[in-house]
Unconditional design. Structure first.
Length: 411
């Protein structure tokens, strides 16, 4: 941590490795999958929700945007709080908020109430998301951290894959409310599991901030760190592409191409698995930054090809042909950018994870409703090209930054 900050930094190093690695990975993977669960399971019901609430596609997609905004806000709140008070109590509070908001959303009678609940649902899920990256940084570093992030990426690829599939099967039977009951059960289960979770940030490694000003200085130190912010922003624009795809896919696949909710779930699920595969491919690069740059280049190339397909109204086969590699390369960015960001911000892992989360979800919250403006195929195509162009420029900037020795040589 820079000497500019008045916040007492946590001592360097990591906590002891967990006794049961498999259980630890499972716990981290589930809390890391909350953003996928919050949005992906109910995706097949979005067109029917629009009809139920008598609203527009853009207004319905605000449910995604408000959840993303809540996750971003929650990341700022929970990340810094976990650096000060520990991971376990902060995770418990955030999960309780998620459970309460999910329960209240079941009583929605109009889109406004539903969107409001989604904000608080995202706020609670934000705690799970930010801690899913800061907790691993407490106990691992270097290539070990990269391997865990890749495993999480692969496992979490199953969550967005299974989410729409389950949602598609449930859509016609129980509707979106039945899906939210499942989310409620998951939230309650994880709350109880967290009570058995061992704290990974002991008191001697917590920051000793005395005021809000101290917290803000800790954020400022990371915000002015060029390397850190490049990695964070690359992850954010990759998330922006993902949520442009998520927001547009139900309407394009179901409405434009005429597939059922069940078929949409299977198609979207298969595409999501490509992201999990991509996250593991990043480990094949000896230097993690090279994997991230390769991901940016590949994502841009296939996003442009996908945009041409959508703009011209070509066949579904072509739409799918370019969607799969586009998402695969974005998966490479997710694991590599996560690892690189947390390596740079290790001494304030909660704050670093908060910045990583809030930037990416703020970006996603802005992009998601834009694809609903005008012709969905055209607006989504523009969004795909715009966000991946930014990623390409940032990848060029990252290539000019010196590599972290820890990422290329440790372990």
């Amino acid at each position: 941590m820079s000497a500019e900050s008045t916040v007492k930094p946590m001592p360097s190093g990591v906590a002891g490795a967990p006794r049961n690695y498999g259980v630890f990975v499972m716990f981290i993977a589930i809390i890391g999958a909350f953003s996928s669960l919050v949005n992906d399971m109910y995706l097949p019901t979005i067109p029917s929700m629009m009809r139920e609430f008598h609203t527009t596609p853009s207004m319905t997609q605000m449910g995604i945007s408000m959840a993303m905004a809540g996750m971003g806000l929650g990341s700022v709140l929970w990340g810094s709080a976990s650096d000060r008070y520990g991971r376990k109590p902060v995770l418990l509070i955030s999960l309780i908020i998620f459970v309460l908001a999910t329960a209240l959303s079941l009583f929605s009678r109009n889109i406004t109430f539903f969107i409001s609940c989604r904000l608080f649902q995202g706020l609670g899920a934000g705690g799970a998301m930010v801690l899913s990256t800061s907790i691993p940084a407490d106990v691992y570093m270097g290539r070990q951290l990269a391997k865990l992030m890749a495993i999480m990426g692969a496992v979490n690829g199953v969550a967005p894959a299974l989410g729409p599939v389950l949602g598609g099967f449930m859509a016609d039977w129980v509707g979106w409310r039945g899906i939210f009951v499942v989310l409620l059960v998951i939230g309650v289960g994880m709350t109880f599991w967290t009570t058995r979770y061992s704290e990974t940030l002991p008191p001697q490694r917590r920051i000793q901030a005395r005021s809000v000003k101290d917290y803000l200085k800790a954020y400022r130190v990371l915000f002015v760190n060029r390397r850190f912010m490049i990695y964070v922003t690359i992850k954010a624009v990759a998330i922006g592409l993902l949520y442009a795809y998520i927001a547009s896919a139900p309407f394009i696949i179901q409405t434009h191409y005429g597939f059922s909710a069940v078929a949409f779930g299977l198609i979207f699920g298969g595409n999501a698995l490509a992201m999990g595969i991509g996250s593991t491919l990043a480990l094949r690069f000896k230097v993690m930054k090279q994997g991230m740059i390769a991901g940016c280049v590949g994502m841009f190339v296939f996003a442009v090809a996908e945009a041409v397909v959508m703009w011209s109204g070509a066949s579904f086969l072509l739409y799918e042909l370019f969607a799969v590699p586009m998402l695969l390369f974005s998966g490479m960015i997710f694991s590599s950018a996560n690892t690189l960001s947390m390596e740079v911000g290790r001494d304030e892992a909660g704050t670093a994870s908060a910045i990583l989360s809030v930037v990416k979800y703020a970006f996603a919250a802005v992009v998601s409703p834009l694809v609903g403006l005008g012709d969905m195929l055209h607006s989504a195509a523009i969004a795909f090209v715009a966000v991946t162009s930014v990623a390409l420029l940032l990848a060029w900037s990252a290539s000019r930054q010196p590599s972290l020795a820890d990422m290329s040589r440790s372990n």
